[in-house]
Design a protein around this ligand. Structure first.
Ligand SMILES: CC(C)(COP(=O)(O)OP(=O)(O)OC[C@H]1O[C@@H](n2cnc3c(N)ncnc32)[C@H](O)[C@@H]1OP(=O)(O)O)[C@@H](O)C(=O)NCCC(=O)NCCS
Length: 183
């Protein structure tokens, strides 16, 4: 059974190019989503290397957080983050380890919803920076990340196991006020 979704999940109605209107919601992943995450990772990340087992390991790690995009038919995408820098017990920077949308549902704004949701989650946790890597020729990903305010930090040649170069991108998040500790 899927865990109950967050009380106020984001919702989007989209006209799928190949089917009827679907409603998309974003919510925390359940352990049963692991099979779909491995399947989608195989589909979209194999051109870079054998990422499916690594992503499955991240998924079960308590240190990583995963949000899913669901339609009424089931999951259609996910985004995963992991800790990058912890200072004095506080998480300062997180890495967007992977983001993927089912090819049938791409270019409908779902990637954008997932990224927005993970940014909001990071802000609530007072994370100051998000970092990510993407292949330098991945046009769709670059458009998505640039539109969300990620900026190029450096390029890394032959970053991926299959030899592609990557771009490291970074976004500084606006600060959320920490709750006051005084009464
Ligand atoms: C990157 C990815 C997650 C984007 O998801 P998405 O749901 O298609 O994203 P959105 O619909 O929110 O669109 C984001 C931008 O990419 C553009 N885009 C989407 N698919 C595209 C394609 N095939 N070619 C060019 N641009 C594309 C959209 O037009 C949009 O740009 P715009 O706002 O300027 O129009 C998706 O393409 C994907 O899963 N790719 C495979 C996995 C991957 O490469 N992940 C990134 C590295 S971790």
């Amino acid at each position: 059974m899927r865990k109950e979704k967050e009380s106020n999940p984001q919702e989007l109605s989209l006209e799928s190019q190949r089917g009827p209107t679907h409603s998309v919601t974003i919510g925390p992943a359940d352990i049963s989503d692991g099979t779909y995450i491995a399947y989608l990772s195989d589909q979209v990340f194999n051109i870079y290397g054998s990422y499916s087992p690594i992503i499955s390991q991240w998924f079960t790690s308590l240190r990583c957080r995963t949000l899913m995009a669901y339609t009424e038919k089931g999951p259609v995408g996910f985004v995963m983050t992991g800790p990058l820098l912890i200072d004095k017990g506080s998480l300062v920077a997180s890495e967007v380890l992977a983001i993927a949308v089912d090819p049938e549902y791409q270019a409908n704004g779902i990637g954008s919803m997932l990224l927005q949701a993970i940014e909001e989650q990071a802000q609530k946790m007072h994370v100051e920076q998000l970092v990510l890597h993407t292949a330098s020729n991945n046009k769709a990903a670059l458009r998505l990340f640039e539109a969300h305010g990620f900026r190029l930090k450096r390029s890394i040649s032959r970053f991926y196991p299959k030899g592609q170069d990557a771009l490291e991108m970074m976004k500084t998040l606006s600060r959320k006020k920490r709750p006051s500790t005084t009464g």
